[in-house]
Design a protein around this ligand. Structure first.
Ligand code: PEP
Length: 256
């Protein structure tokens, strides 16, 4: 069974005081919820204090980006070793904002994913099509190119989580229907089986991301190939994030 993961991408939100309040709310609200992995991904300047805030809890922490080089003259960037020093165990790579706002390509992401996994982090690697690509029938081709260009035998599956995030659904309030998401997740799982092997593809978690909210999380997470959620806007409010974590825990309980 794949353990559901609910990951929160805080993007460029939260001051230190706000972050402390949010994480306290999540920590206290999680109570006895089990069977689900919870990952918070604060902005890089909050990683050290958030590591302290989640110490002794099952909450995991990740970064939102990493540079592919180990060190050097890369103003404003953060290396994998630096992220590891903060206590981060995961890093989101290939988020659509990194691809479309900051121009990251599959070729760059192939280097970043390798740097992350060889440096001991788990990569949450994001893929997804734009609206124009979907409407012109290219969803599968785009997602396949994003996966094949970046994954391979030198990217160990145990350090990998995939997130399918249709670009048109991120921060827009438009969610893929559970059927639309499941269709792409099935396709992604098949590709993972061909890049790795069938059992490895079956064991990899594929999260859905794109306007996941308390109201739609139950339906999305009940799809057989949706193994959790990467949440943007709704992860900034403890009650909303907790409701989505609760949907993940219910899913885990139903599957066990
Ligand atoms: C995201 O940032 O990965 C995301 C899915 O955002 P939102 O949930 O706000 O659409």
């Amino acid at each position: 069974m794949r353990t559901p993961m609910i990951a929160g991408n805080w993007k460029m939100h939260k001051t230190l005081a706000e972050a402390r309040e949010l994480v306290t709310g999540i920590r206290e609200g999680m109570g006895e919820m089990t069977g689900v992995e919870v990952l918070i991904c604060p902005p890089v300047y909050l990683l050290f204090p958030m590591a302290k805030a989640i110490a002794g809890t099952p909450i995991l922490m990740g970064a939102q980006n990493a540079h592919e080089e180990a060190q050097g003259a890369f103003t404003g960037e953060t290396s994998v070793a630096m992220l590891k020093d903060t206590g981060a165990t995961h890093v989101i790579l290939g988020h659509s904002e990194r691809r479309h706002v900051f121009g990251e390509t599959n070729a760059t992401l192939a280097k970043k994913v390798r740097a992350a996994v060889s440096g001991g982090l788990c990569a949450v690697y994001c893929v997804g099509e734009t609206l124009e690509e979907r409407e012109s029938g290219r969803t599968q081709a785009v997602v396949e190119a994003q996966l094949r260009a970046v994954l391979g035998a030198d990217v160990p599956a145990e350090r990998l989580v995939i997130a399918y995030e249709p670009v048109w659904a991120i921060g827009t309030g438009k969610t893929a229907t559970p059927d639309q998401a499941q269709e792409v997740h099935t396709f992604v799982r098949g590709l993972l089986g061909s890049i790795y092997d069938g059992p490895t593809g079956d064991g990899l978690r594929i999260l859905y991301g794109g306007s996941v909210k308390p109201a739609n999380s139950g339906d999305l997470l009940s799809q057989p190939d949706i193994d959790g959620a990467l949440v943007g806007g709704a992860c900034l409010v403890a009650a909303d994030f907790l409701a989505i974590i609760g949907a993940g825990a219910s899913q885990a309980a139903a599957a066990s």
